[in-house]
Design a protein around this ligand. Sequence first.
Ligand code: PBG
Ligand code: ZN
Length: 326
Amino acid sequence: MGFPTQRLRRLRQNEAIRGLVRENKLSASSFILPLFVVPGSAVKEEIAALPGNYHLSIDCLIEEAVAVRDLGIPAVLLFGVPETKDEQASGSYSPNGIVQEAVRALKSKVPGMLVVTDVCPCEYTTSGHCGLMRNGYLDNDSSLELIAKITLSHAEAGSDIVAPAAMLDGQIHTMRQALDSRGFHNLPIMAYAAKFASKLYDPFFKEGTHSTLKFGNKQTHQMDFSNSNEAMREIALDIEEGADIVMVKPALFYLDIVYRAKQEFQMPLAVYDVSGEYAMIDAAARLGRLDRDAIMLEALTCMKRAGADIIITYFAKRAAELLRGK
Ligand code: PBG
Ligand code: ZN
């Protein structure tokens, strides 16, 4: 019983009908906006590679978070850009570190806003690597101790969700144990479970966190972008070790991984729409080749359709404004 009985265009004739049968709808309630916190006060400097996103001192961070909350965005993901770095990443776990201070300020001044913290040493090491180096190689197990210290410092500052980004073996297990041994049984872990070694992060560390690698690459811990089965193993292990939410990163080139992850695990699933994805759309829009707002909503909706529950995106504010108008 095909055509002419079946006419799929019947349900596409106007926006009201299309709205009734729409399968996936974007909502600001699934967005997390990354924010970059810097030392000082009254600092609000636009990040050239990520227009509309800023380096913010804590006072300005508070103002930004209030605006974000007023747009209906429930959460921010904090990155620190510290004044000084060292080989041990000691700034990453200091109780008075940039992120720890920012978390405390946000929790007291912007109640109701969820504060997610990125747990990775790479913004704090002079090398730019995600842990401690031994003979040019990222040493897994000694770096786990560092990860545990960072995690506890975030928890003690009041982080609502800790998000381990380093792709070290055993990091979720280490964090869960550390948290539980100090009474933080209820603090969720959002694991960067399938994080690929991608050039799409360049704008983030070149201009966002100033943490470009001094030597080497991240291919010994982040995943080979050629692989999909391995991504499922990574996710399965993180779930086994105690992850509450799993993440695929980047998003747009990796929607097959997102789809597969949702099908195979039915876990709360986040995607990270990374800096290079933002920069590509922004650049094309500046050249007049793409319609910025339309492409943004298309990209974000397709992440949902693939299976994402949570979307971490630099587009969060603009997308929330557009959704509010609808
Ligand atoms: C690690 C981290 C990175 C990003 C988020 N967390 C960089 C990296 O792993 O190399 C990249 C995000 C983006 O490109 O927007 N702290
Ligand atoms: Zn890192």
